[in-house]
Design a protein around this ligand. Structure first.
Ligand code: ZN
Ligand code: ZN
Length: 505
């Protein structure tokens, strides 16, 4: 009987890692770390998992909460293949390199999770770059990656074994970002859908509205003689913000926009894969050679001295700088120099993890002791500038998650990648679209055999097959049907709605 075991990401965000056991083979869907922890605490719970028995890992996307645990597996003896899309591989290389330098710089030696040896072993030997809809076989399993629209190269993973199909959403994108949007047509009616629920129960203003507010706040700060610091994640968020700024540049004073750190290298990878962007961006690029992220005002720093001169002159400018939650890196260095001037603006974008400087700012804290990454000295600062938080996220919000699940109509729905409250809120909204909804915690195992739908007082659904004959099927029971040339499992009541017949109860 196929099984899932939650090694991480059950009732939590971070260290996503799900083991799928089918026909005596074992696979991992993602293997991430918890970005809020260090050392082994950040890893998934590998107890009960024999690492050298793992056959392969399917990577949904590059973010460290989905990939940061993979090098540790190699250290523990894993020698299988690691499947991911080509842009994911390019981004993983950057993110791992960056994480390794942070571990070497800031973590005690005994707490470091891996070295460049394990990292390169994966990148050079074990990683298999693939692309969307390029079905690959592993023993009797077929695996197919579908676009998830979250960040460049992000996938939904579809695993088929005989008649049994599991779809894992990974992190699901929002219709408002610049990437191609996900679609469900090819993957509907799975036996099991493992779906993320980060923003379960939460909706936000429309992207147009948030972008407008973001641009207006930047304009107002610049016109009053201030500068704008945008702490940003390097992968995904920085590119989205650049696109918003470029698209609205006629509404903002023409100042220099600086992009720095890993966000710059990531931008180069995004530019190589413009074909993964939405239709508008692709057409503009193919027909008019328009790069969605670059324009004349975009600059990069060449040296520390140049950064220092910029702050000494105090000319209005916009700086997009990692890290996104002001955990460290250049964004903190700039904050130390910009926070005192009341005309300046710190524009926080997206989710801020509790305990980070970014989160503290959103709760109203204004006094900080921050470490200067160059001098390594602690600096005491009072924040006098404006601070605004914009909910710009590359995750699907509640309504989009509900829409996705209602179209997928899974036999079993497993909700992951969200705190318990968010997952419960999502479950309450989508129960009618799934045979069964489960919210497993880390360490739990879920059996994926046929659901026991008999409860003694079954309710039946009548599905006519001709004018004089019907099949009587227990409600909730799935049948394998062929619809528009494709075989799939459908519940009796869904077969009735497919035939445009009114539901009986
Ligand atoms: Zn992600
Ligand atoms: Zn994630």
């Amino acid at each position: 009987m196929p099984q899932l075991r939650m090694l991480g990401g059950g009732k939590e965000v971070g260290r996503s890692c799900i083991r799928l056991d089918i026909n005596n083979h074992h696979f991992l869907m993602d293997c991430g770390v918890d970005p809020a922890s260090t050392g082994v605490k950040a890893l998934p719970d590998f107890s009960g998992t024999s690492v050298d028995n793992l056959d392969a890992i399917f990577v949904s996307h590059a973010h460290l909460d989905h990939t940061g645990g993979i090098p540790e597996l190699v250290r523990r003896g894993f020698r299988g293949k690691v499947f991911m899309t080509l842009p994911t591989l390019a981004l993983v290389k950057l993110l791992w390199q960056d994480e390794l330098s942070i571990m070497e710089r800031e973590w005690p030696k005994e707490e470091r999770l891996w070295s460049s040896k394990e990292m390169h072993q994966i990148l050079n030997k074990l990683a298999v770059p693939t692309t969307y809809h390029e079905v690959f076989k592993l023993d009797s399993l077929s695996v197919n990656f579908h676009n998830a629209g979250h960040i460049l190269g992000s996938t939904m993973t579809e695993v088929s074994y005989k008649d049994f199909r599991v779809v894992y959403s990974g992190d699901l994108g929002s219709s408002s970002n610049h990437l191609r949007y996900w679609r469900t047509e090819d993957i509907m009616y799975p036996d099991v859908l493992i779906c993320e629920g980060t923003y379960g129960g939460k909706n936000r203003k429309s992207r147009e509205e948030i972008s407008k507010e973001f641009v207006e706040a930047a304009r107002s700060a610049l016109e009053s003689g201030g500068s704008v610091l945008i702490p940003t994640f390097s992968v995904g968020k920085a590119q989205e913000l650049l696109k918003i700024l470029k698209d609205s540049w006629n509404k903002i004073p023409n100042v220099d926009v600086y992009l720095e750190g890993m966000a710059l290298e990531t931008l180069r990878i995004y530019e190589q894969f413009l074909i993964y962007m939405d239709d508008k961006v692709r057409r503009a690029y193919l027909f008019n050679n328009i790069n969605p992220f670059r324009w004349d005002s975009l600059k990069s720093f060449r040296s520390l001295a140049e950064r220092r001169r910029l702050h000494e002159r105090g000319d209005p400018c916009i700086i997009l700088s990692p890290s996104g939650m002001l955990r460290g890196g250049w964004s903190v260095w700039h904050m130390i120099r910009m926070a005192q001037k009341k005309e300046n603006l710190i524009a926080l974008c997206g989710h801020m993890e509790e305990g980070t400087t970014g989160h503290l700012l959103t709760t109203g804290a204004r006094h900080f002791v921050l470490k200067d990454m160059i001098s390594q000295e602690p600096k005491e600062i009072d924040v006098r500038c404006n601070v605004t938080h914009f909910e710009i996220s590359s995750h699907a919000m509640h309504n989009e998650l509900c829409n996705f699940i209602s179209r997928m109509k899974p036999e079993r729905l497993v909700l992951v990648h969200g705190d318990e409250q968010s997952l419960m809120a999502l479950a309450d909204s989508v129960r009618q679209h799934a045979g069964e909804v489960l919210i497993p915690a880390v360490g739990e195992t879920v059996d994926l055999g046929h659901r026991n739908i008999s409860n003694g007082k079954e309710i039946h659904v009548e599905v006519p097959i001709s004018q004089s004959t019907s099949i009587i099927i227990p409600k909730g029971c799935s049948l394998r049907i062929r619809h528009r040339g494709k075989e799939k499992f459908m519940r009796a009541e869904d077969i009735r709605s497919l035939l445009n017949l009114r539901q009986e109860s």
